[in-house]
Design a protein around this ligand. Structure first.
Ligand code: DAH
Length: 358
């Protein structure tokens, strides 16, 4: 009978004496690796006469299995010891005082959009969105502003480079193209607002090259200017939280509405401070009017059947008036001091009443 007792003892000893995973791995290689001592014994089997092979094979294989099992068992114990050592050393001291954390806040533009959405939502309006990169058709032509119309010069437009077909995309100059996109994809009646970014090549104390507007469109069979006035009056009173704000509709011109008006709200100045409500002065807040028949025709609606109103307002302007912000430029300068002063606490926003619709 083959005697492997010496190899066995020294192998088990090597396993036992390993005090690190590295040492254990070295022992495994020295015993069971390609040139390991037990592997060398296994290799001898081929040279034996057949009658000895079986007995030798059984003995050397059982040795191999015993050593492999010893290696595995040792490895498991070592890993367990290592884990429990880590668990005891890496405890968290939950009694430590927390680090002060700066909390994010709501930008006045977002705040005003949320407030407006809640007010119009309560009046049954949905919220629509459109792309900021527009084409000439949606931004101008469908809104009754044909090529070379002087109204295009009112909009200092940022154009993209010319495309092979000679047309140029542009950064939308107002939210009015959302009217067109919505009408192209939905059946009337319509009642929605569209808040969003718009762009004009303009920059001074009251103009930023990027700013926000909120558009509204109401189309049905018998919508009149009286609805327009009622809707805007209700919105202004809820937004400013002042019951008696007078509104003034000044005749004006927009290609996409007829008649058109600019909307002013009453205010007064007391010791240099603006007060919204009945007073001696007026402040313009936006444009409005009855949707021009050509706009309805551009989206294949019959103006003899459908009519309604639209309006557009500047969001920064509404924020400046409501929250006493004197200059529009810092809105987008990301100055943490300005934001700390004019922004709003999160989790305190009026909720969306009407629901989002796209
Ligand atoms: N789109 C206009 C602008 O940016 C604002 C406006 C005026 C929108 C009258 C309207 C409207 O929907 O009816 O100057």
């Amino acid at each position: 009978m083959s005697d492997f007792s010496d190899i066995r003892i020294s192998a088990l000893d090597a396993v036992e004496k390993s005090i690190s995973l590295k040492m254990l791995e070295d022992a495994r290689v020295a015993l069971l690796g390609k040139s390991g001592s037990i592997t060398a014994e296994l290799k001898k089997m081929g040279a034996l006469p057949p009658e000895q092979r079986k007995e030798f094979g059984q003995a050397v294989n059982s040795l191999k299995e015993e050593i492999a099992a010893a290696l595995d068992a040792k490895k498991a114990t070592m890993e367990e010891t290592e884990l429990s050592a880590r668990l005891t050393s890496e405890t968290l001291d939950i009694t430590l005082a927390p680090r002060p954390e700066t909390q994010g806040s709501i930008h006045p533009v977002t705040q005003v959009i949320e407030e407006m959405t809640a007010i119009f939502g309560a009046m049954g309006f949905s919220v629509a969105e459109g792309p900021e990169i527009e084409d000439d058709f949606h931004n101008f032509t469908a809104l009754n502003i044909p090529a070379n119309h002087p109204a295009r010069q009112m909009h200092d437009t940022f154009y993209f480079p010319e495309k092979p077909d000679g047309t140029r995309n542009l950064l939308r100059t107002h939210t009015s193209p959302v009217q067109i996109r919505w009408m192209q994809h939905h059946q009337p009646p319509y009642r929605f607002i569209a808040p969003g970014r718009v762009y004009r090549c303009d920059s001074d104390m009251t103009h930023a090259p990027m700013f926000h507007q909120i558009e509204a469109l109401v189309i049905d069979k018998s919508i009149t200017m009286a609805h327009l006035k009622g809707c805007l009056t209700q919105m202004v009173r809820s937004f400013f939280g002042v019951e008696d704000v007078p509104l003034r509709f000044r005749p004006s011109f927009f290609p996409f509405t007829e008649p058109s008006a600019e909307v002013d709200i009453g205010c007064s100045w007391e010791n240099g401070e603006l007060k919204i409500g009945a007073g001696k002065s007026w402040l313009e807040i936006g444009g409005c009017g009855m949707v021009h028949p050509n706009v309805l025709k551009a989206v294949n609606l019959d103006p003899a059947q459908w009519q309604g109103f639209a309006f557009g307002m500047g969001i920064e302007r509404m924020a400046m008036l409501k929250y006493g912000i004197p200059d529009v430029r810092p809105f987008f300068e990301s100055d943490a001091r300005w934001l700390a002063h004019y922004s709003f606490a999160p989790f305190d926003i009026p909720s969306l009443v009407g629901g989002l619709a796209r």
